[in-house]
Design a protein around this ligand. Structure first.
Ligand SMILES: [Zn+2]
Ligand SMILES: [Zn+2]
Length: 303
């Protein structure tokens, strides 16, 4: 597992097992994703597929350009794919003035001589042929709760509570090595299906988004604070710690805290909360706790 970026300005993680390489989320520009892969010695051309957790821009910003450049399939749920396409389609509603202008322009165009019309037709055809932002080389649908495979990796997507069309976390199982890794970020709380899904994982990327006090006293407008705090918002340090103390089975070798807010959290607060929670369980051996960053990739976690 190589976390290229984690946070509200962009998310992307490479999961590799055997000869299979998956990119989970493409939430930065194609150029930045390529740059970060090069920094950790990953060749973008070796990626087999891109998997998308949900359609928020910090998870899909570079998706269409990257998928088209690499000509690899993109795995979504159908609802996430539709929501992503809607997001990219410009609004077609016009004001009355815009409509009048359009009608007049069309009248003028139809009054022109034939050769002008032919030229206009040619121009329109070239516009039509240009691929739309939402066009992808290949799309595959999955459903939360139904496992699927890409190469040597079995993927178990699970529903997470978050304000997107059909958001998912993933558990990845390296088929020939019986190693499991999971990604659970962008969730308002940890419901029982997520607790179940995260049992028996060897490495876990877990959201530790905000410190409750910093968020409450911080600069966000009240409406945004409400959204972050809600059951479909983001997981606080305290909620992540609560999970680690009471609901997590203690088997992971590595826990990476991710999607940290730059406004409403401090890396030291997030790791302190998690380490104290793990310490209170008093189970041996304790997992190591790492922090994923927004600004630079984390060294690959190899198991
Ligand atoms: Zn996010
Ligand atoms: Zn999100």
């Amino acid at each position: 597992m190589t976390i290229l970026a984690s946070g509200s300005k962009g998310n992307a993680t490479v999961i590799a097992a055997g000869s299979t390489r998956l990119l989970v989320d493409a939430g930065m520009s194609c150029r930045e994703l390529m740059k970060r892969m090069a920094l950790v010695g990953e060749d973008p051309r070796s990626l087999d597929a891109i998997l998308i957790t949900h359609e928020h821009v910090d998870h899909v910003a570079g998706l269409s350009v990257l998928a088209r450049r690499l000509k690899i399939p993109v795995f979504f749920t159908e609802a996430t794919h539709q929501a992503w396409k809607r997001m990219l389609t410009p609004r077609t509603t016009m004001t009355y003035t815009q409509w009048v202008e359009k009608v007049q322009r069309q009248k003028q165009e139809s009054a022109r001589p034939a050769e002008d019309a032919a030229r206009a037709e040619e121009l329109q055809a070239s516009v039509r042929e240009r691929p739309s932002l939402a066009s992808l080389p290949c799309v595959e649908y999955f459903r939360a709760g139904q496992s699927f495979s890409v190469g040597e990796i079995d993927v178990n997507p699970f529903t997470i509570p978050h304000d997107a069309a059909d958001p998912c976390g993933f558990v990845f199982h390296a088929r020939h090595e019986s190693i499991r890794m999971a990604i659970a970020t962008d969730l308002g709380y940890v419901p029982s299906n997520v607790k179940m899904a995260l049992r028996g994982v060897d490495a876990l990327l877990l959201e530790s988004n905000h410190d409750l006090e910093m968020l409450k006293d911080g600069p966000y407008p009240w409406s945004v604070k409400q959204r972050v705090l809600s059951r479909v918002g983001h997981l606080s340090n305290a909620a992540a710690a609560e999970f680690l103390e009471h609901d997590y089975d203690g088997g992971a070798h590595t826990i990476v805290l991710g999607h940290l807010s730059e406004q409403n959290n401090l890396p030291a607060l997030a790791s302190l909360a998690a380490e104290q929670a793990i310490g209170r369980r008093m189970s041996m051996p304790e997992p190591r706790v790492l922090l994923a960053s927004q600004h630079s990739p984390l060294a690959p976690i190899t198991l």
